[in-house]
Design a protein around this ligand. Structure first.
Ligand code: ZN
Length: 465
């Protein structure tokens, strides 16, 4: 597996790491056999078993204060090692031990909870998301404690069993336990890198707002032969309103939407330009006939670093087979936004409602209801911890990581960042084709072993940052 490009560590640690690979794989496989599907009540005991397995592992390698903390939902696992001495930074490692359901089961080449190695890949539900990525950090700590009895930094592990169902318990736990969880940096390995050879640090995740627009007209559905042309059709009014949510340049037309949005720094634009992703790949992946979006920005910038507004669904009147000549009483649309930092996610719903009510004719009534919102996360590229992360990747992979902002959202990351006031390092070891949440989820094993090494290198680099 050709992982000796760089002699990153002492000969003793190198030897340990090479010899430990079979047992690291065996232990990960053992954990993956526990079907900790958090959303299915029939797996509640399995979820608890997965938490217990992790706690037992943490105890066995010499971590302190190992706790399985009961919650209203699935338990949180906590452990720490705080003997690095005064002045040493404290690293909070976040992960989750719950997994997604496995259906459609018949699409799996081997059973999802019977881990199977084919080629360089380990196939099992949770292999990449997130048991394998989290266990890499546990194994990194284990390697250092086993060979030197010491860690260069203080370490705290915070592992939840509800990531796949909305992180309910952790959302309340983190703000309530800021003392226990206090740290200098939080590391999250629940993301992917670009390829087996190209590491990636995600330094921003967008926030989200989602809601529902309702347009009301007549008090009941009407016959178009009797009322058509004489009352305003809510479907028609809805189309006219939604059409004005964007201007011709692809910008969101809602007044105030961009007020708090900071323009991209030249450093950021340069970093994003390094990401090997462009129009061609976007068209291939999406199957769309052409690229569309806000003028003046590359697709990488549009996806990761600019806010957007999407119309996700529309309904109203008669949508069955055949036809019914009706003027509906109401029209509905689901609308959502991806948000960048500084955009207050709670203000988006009222802002859209104000705009739509202002432009709506007095022939209809408009209402906007917020269903969900969470702010964005972004970590400045020049914070020392970010640079330490980059050096750790470079030492093990032999190439510098690229930096990117992702389109998605991880609400718990924002809560950790805001409650604990720490930068977040999204340093993943997964790959884009790991089949997360899909059949045949896999973990590329060379990345697992490299992930363990990056975990060690990161602890060392954080000391000198
Ligand atoms: Zn995950």
């Amino acid at each position: 597996m050709n992982r000796n490009e760089t002699s990153a560590f002492s000969p003793e640690l190198e030897t340990y790491l090479q010899e430990a690979e079979p047992s690291q794989l065996k232990e990960l496989s053992e954990w993956l056999r526990i079907p900790s599907v958090s959303t299915l009540p029939e797996h509640k005991e399995d979820v608890e078993r997965a938490a217990a397995w992790l706690a037992q592992k943490m105890t066995s390698i010499g971590l302190d204060n190992v706790q399985i903390i009961p919650t209203g939902g699935h338990p949180i696992v906590y452990a720490d090692w705080l003997h690095a001495g005064t002045g040493a930074p404290t690293v909070l490692v976040y992960g989750h031990y719950d997994v997604q359901p496995v259906d459609p089961l018949e699409m799996w080449t081997s059973p999802p909870f019977e881990p199977a190695v084919r080629g360089d890949d380990l196939f099992a539900r949770g292999a990449s998301d997130d048991k394998g990525q989290l266990l890499a950090h546990v194994a990194a700590v284990e390697a250092l404690l086993a060979t030197s009895g010491n860690l260069p930094v203080n370490v705290k592990f915070l592992v939840e069993g509800e990531e796949e169902v909305g992180s309910g318990a952790l959302t309340a736990f983190v703000p309530a336990e800021t003392g226990k969880l206090a740290a200098d940096v939080c590391v999250i390995s629940d993301t992917h890198i670009l390829s087996p050879e190209q590491p990636l640090i995600i330094y921003g995740l967008r926030g989200v707002w989602a809601g529902e627009v309702t347009v009301r007209g007549p008090s009941q559905d009407l016959h178009s032969g009797m009322f058509g042309g004489a009352v305003h059709n809510p479907n028609q009014a809805m189309c006219a309103l939604l059409a004005r949510l964007h201007d011709d340049a692809g910008r969101v037309a809602v007044p105030g939407f961009y007020d708090d949005v900071q323009s991209l720094s030249s450093q950021e634009r340069e970093a994003l330009a390094q990401v090997p992703y462009g129009d061609e790949q976007l068209l291939r992946e999406s199957g769309a006939p052409a690229v569309w979006g806000e003028q003046g920005y590359t697709v990488t910038e549009r996806i990761g670093a600019r806010p957007t507004l999407e119309i996700n669904g529309m309904w109203g009147g008669f949508v069955g087979e055949g036809f019914k000549t009706v003027i509906p009483a109401e029209a509905h649309a689901k609308v959502s936004c991806r948000l960048v930092p500084e955009q207050p996610s709670s203000a988006i719903g009222p802002m859209i409602e104000r705009y739509l009510q202002q432009i709506a004719p007095d022939t209809v009534e408009v209402e906007v209801r917020t269903l969900q919102h969470a702010p964005a996360t972004v970590v400045p590229l020049d914070v020392p911890e970010m640079q330490a992360g980059a050096r750790a990747y470079a030492r093990i992979f032999g190439v510098n990581p690229v930096f990117s902002r992702e389109g998605g959202s991880i609400p718990i990351a924002t809560i950790v960042q805001e409650s604990l006031n720490v930068p977040i390092l999204f340093m993943g070891f997964g790959l884009p084709d790991d089949n997360l949440h899909a059949p045949n989820e896999k973990l590329h094993l060379p990345n697992f072993y490299r992930g363990i090494r990056v975990g060690i290198a990161l602890m060392e680099e954080l000391v000198s940052s």
